[in-house]
Design a protein around this ligand. Structure first.
Ligand SMILES: O=C(O)CCC(=O)C(=O)O
Ligand SMILES: [Fe+2]
Length: 278
């Protein structure tokens, strides 16, 4: 039986997709979802019932799975990462604006995050559109950014000299492998939509190429507060069975850490991307 899909935008970024069973996609639905993903940058699905095998099959129908070196894996499923916060744990994963994998030469396309256990209150995730943020800059600043590249790194987050809280570190693996540095254009042309996107983020960007950290900081700070402005963002309230599929090249995300004493458990599958250009 064919499914009747409704797609409702959630502000400047994202869309909620209703009427889809992600464990039973046909070619026509796949085509609709691909085009919605390019248009909205993050898709939200409710009331899904996905076994790990379904989650993997869903991801594989969109692309090749990327196995994250740093995240713990789900038992028996090496290509599913676990995003877990226990009641006694204070810090969370992703609790600040960032986009995943910008430290890689070929950054991952995005992730499909699926909620297994959600807190009674809180635990939302914010998303920001780096495309909408680019569009709302002045022409003068757009011209200035056009020629710039930025240096990104994983070292200060996942490496041995990390700035992360100790209890989070215990959840990450392979600190020795956190030696990636990558240089990408500050403004990329999005590979799916063709839109311009501001590709710097507070999590992993160190500085502009050819500039010192101190010289870079004021302009980066300006861009960071600009992307995070409310009119560029949306907020996802999770329920068990919610799945979010976001695009790392068009969005940032922030997992809000406001549910101390409660448990939250998600499964995450990440997809391989492609190299980025201006
Ligand atoms: O838990 C979340 O909502 C997102 C965590 C995060 O930053 C990630 O999985 O990349
Ligand atoms: Fe993240």
């Amino acid at each position: 039986m064919s499914q009747t899909v409704s797609i409702t935008p959630t502000g400047a970024v994202g869309a909620e997709v209703r009427g889809v069973d992600l464990s039973a996609l046909d070619d026509q639905l796949m085509a609709e979802l691909r085009s919605a993903f390019a248009e909205y940058s993050v898709l939200f699905f409710r009331e899904q019932k996905l076994a790990p095998e379904d989650h993997i099959a869903l991801a594989e129908s969109f692309g090749e799975i990327n196995v994250n070196r740093f995240f713990p894996q789900v038992d028996g499923y090496p290509n599913i990462a676990e995003v877990r916060k226990e009641p006694k744990q204070k810090a969370n994963i992703g609790g600040g604006w960032h986009t995943d994998h910008s430290y890689d030469q070929i950054p991952a396309l995005g992730s499909m995050l699926y909620a297994l256990q959600t807190p009674e209150t809180g635990g939302d995730t914010l998303f920001a559109s780096t495309c909408a943020a680019y569009d709302s800059l002045s022409d003068g600043l757009k011209d200035t950014l056009a020629g710039l590249n930025a240096v990104h790194s994983s070292r200060h987050v996942f490496g041995n000299n990390t700035n992360q809280p100790r209890e989070l570190l215990a959840r990450f693996n392979n600190a020795d492998a956190a030696v990636q540095d990558a240089i990408h254009p500050v403004v990329i042309t999005h590979p799916l939509s063709g839109r311009k996107s501001l590709y710097v983020n507070p999590g992993f960007t160190l500085r502009f190429e050819g500039w010192t950290k101190d010289e870079s900081a004021p302009l980066l700070q300006y861009l960071y507060q600009h992307v995070g402005r409310p009119e560029h963002t949306t907020r996802l309230h999770w329920q068990v069975g919610t799945l979010a599929f976001w695009d790392n090249r068009a969005t940032w995300h922030w997992a809000v850490n406001d549910y101390q004493g409660q448990k939250r458990l998600m499964h995450r599958i990440t997809l391989e991307g492609e190299s980025l250009s201006a």
